[in-house]
Design a protein around this ligand. Structure first.
Ligand SMILES: [Zn+2]
Length: 325
């Protein structure tokens, strides 16, 4: 760990959050995005296809693959049932086509410079929605625009939307955490990394849609340009800006243990008029002389997050996801 640059003092460990731009609230350093490997994605795509072939009527899934080959321009795939049935488990709840699914479609259309997303919907659902004349107009337009694929009777549409998003390397809009038994067959490590980079979750607050795009940085242990380290703590977060990270820095010139002062944007520049320390932060803080090896804090990480990335790598690059702010 004998790097110059950040400092030579004791390591300071503090809890922090990362903002939506990937900046650490504590030290202000930028977190990086590690793209997932193309060939790994292609292997994953093939394993989904071969499992789907075993579970689905083979010719149906082949038809879908062929159809997709001719419609490969999508930037987002939408799990239609997941969006339409979101929060509909009340007395008059049903499938919310115009309020929810259409809102998602229109939002994606606007964000991608007027490119239609691909909605995957089960044929049975499609037929029942078509009975309503106002739905029919919307669904017919989607069909005409190539924005809707209906999966055949007897199919499990999960295979279709997952395969489409992986194949097209595009965003997938669903709140489904994909822990169903069918997803277990796909193994966890790569799948979790894929979801992190591709899944878009949504909310409807008082009928107003919010899309949570994948974070612009990767949830892996990483070293910044200046030599600070960031470690994501495990756990489900409805919003990645709420995830707790350990920010491990080595401030310059400290002959004695450093007082840690809460979440500062630029710790070096901050000169408090009096000494305060935040309880939460202080409780989680430890300093050590011998670098990270001797760090008494253990990091509860899930198996997919144990890869460390150093900020000095040259091959890191921004995500190739087509995101629009
Ligand atoms: Zn930091």
């Amino acid at each position: 760990m004998g790097r110059d640059g950040w400092g030579e003092g004791k390591w300071v460990v503090c809890r922090s959050n990362i903002d939506s731009k990937g900046l650490c609230d504590y030290c202000g350093e930028q977190l990086v995005c590690v793209d997932i490997d193309r060939s790994e994605t292609e292997k994953f795509e093939q394993s989904i296809a071969s499992l789907a072939m075993k579970r689905e009527v083979k010719s149906n899934f082949r038809d879908f693959q062929d159809w997709l080959d001719n419609h490969a321009e999508y930037e987002a795939v939408v799990d239609g049932a997941n969006v339409g049935l979101y929060q509909q488990n009340f007395a008059d709840g049903g499938f919310s086509l115009s309020q929810q699914l259409d809102a998602v479609v229109r939002e994606l259309y606007e964000r991608s410079q007027k490119k239609w997303p691909l909605v995957i919907l089960h044929n049975k659902r499609f037929l029942s929605l078509m009975e309503n004349p106002s739905n029919r107009k919307m669904l017919e337009e989607w069909k005409a625009q190539g924005a809707l694929y209906t999966t055949p009777n007897g199919s499990n549409d999960d295979w279709y939307w997952l395969y489409a998003a992986v194949k097209l390397k595009c965003l997938l809009v669903t709140n489904d955490e994909m822990r169903d038994h069918i997803f277990e067959l796909l193994g966890s490590n790569f799948f979790l990394r894929w979801k992190e980079r591709h899944q878009v979750r949504y909310t409807f607050m008082k009928c107003s849609l919010g899309l949570q795009m994948p974070p612009s940085y990767s949830l892996v242990i990483q070293e910044s340009e200046k030599g600070s380290w960031h470690v994501p703590l495990e756990g489900e977060c409805s919003n990645e800006t709420l995830r707790i990270w350990l920010c491990i820095t080595r401030p310059r010139s400290c002959g004695h243990p450093v007082e840690v002062l809460g979440n500062l944007e630029a710790p070096e520049a901050y000169q408090p008029p009096y000494n305060i320390s935040f309880n939460l932060c202080k409780a989680e803080t430890s300093t050590t002389d011998n670098g990270l090896k001797g760090n008494p804090i253990s990091f509860p990480l899930s198996e997919n997050k144990i890869t460390a990335v150093t900020g000095k790598r040259k091959d890191r690059s921004p995500s190739d996801l087509k995101q629009h702010p």
